[in-house]
Write a new protein. Structure first.
Length: 245
């Protein structure tokens, strides 16, 4: 896939999010009642994983984060994502296999079901890419336990700024984006095919991090512009890396 700039002048204007305000992508309270997934048409559609177990949290930042990131992708890259809506899918739904990237919020409260675990494993080995975000500290224990139901053999490799993910589109100078509400140090990890770090990344884990919180509030100016810009740059890099590797 040829993913390129649509204008260098846009590099420093990511988080102004006039696009987000102009299109009216602000919904109240995170309520997910009435969500309708758009009809599949082959375009990249942002896809969030829903889970029913645990304390919930899968709908954190919904739907603003899911709408705002595709707007930025559409503006600064040659990717033409679906701007008409986003997906909310259970891992048990075979529709996950139509979408190259899944985003999982709050995996510290995630409870995976048997069918979902099988689908998740199959999804990753068939080329799917899963991003986990918005969990902190010892919430890792539950995340890892649930992930290992799907992939008991998984090795979590720590990554840093030198990883190619952070140079895929934006050449990042730092990934120490502070958690917007918890005093923790972010850490990033990957899971690779056959546990070989030279092979394809199947899962990307943002621990002690809540990158999508910045996307959610970018049209309201809740967080500093530089931090919101960095959150978008990381998000764009994740999507472009997953779509091109």
């Amino acid at each position: 896939m040829n993913v390129r700039w649509r204008g260098a002048a846009k590099r420093e204007r990511l988080a102004s999010c006039t696009l987000c305000r102009r299109r009216g992508f602000r919904f109240g309270g995170g309520a997910t009642f009435g969500h309708v997934n758009p009809e599949y048409d082959g375009r990249f559609t942002f896809t969030r994983v829903r889970f029913s177990g645990g304390r919930g949290g899968w709908d954190h930042d919904y739907p603003q984060a899911d709408r705002h990131l595709p707007l930025i992708l559409n503006e600064v890259t040659s990717l033409r994502p679906n701007l008409d809506g986003s997906n909310v899918l259970d891992l048990e739904d075979p529709a996950i296999f139509l979408n190259p990237i899944l985003y999982v919020w709050e995996p510290g409260y995630w409870q995976i079901l048997t069918e979902g675990a099988k689908n998740l494993r199959d999804y990753m080995f068939k080329g799917g890419f899963v991003i986990f975000d918005d969990f902190e500290a010892d919430q890792w224990i539950n995340f890892e336990a649930q992930f290992r139901v799907a992939m008991p053999e998984a090795v979590f490799f720590p990554i840093d700024l030198s990883h190619g993910i952070y140079r895929t589109f934006f050449d990042m100078s730092s990934i120490t984006l502070p958690h917007p509400s918890v005093n923790v140090v972010p850490g990033y990890y990957t899971v690779h095919e056959n546990n070989d770090p030279s092979k394809r990344v199947m899962a990307l884990i943002n621990h002690n991090s809540d990158i999508a919180e910045y996307w959610e509030w970018s049209d309201r100016g809740r967080f500093a512009l530089d931090m919101t810009n960095d959150a978008y740059k990381i998000g764009v890099n994740y999507i472009i890396y997953a779509m091109t590797h």
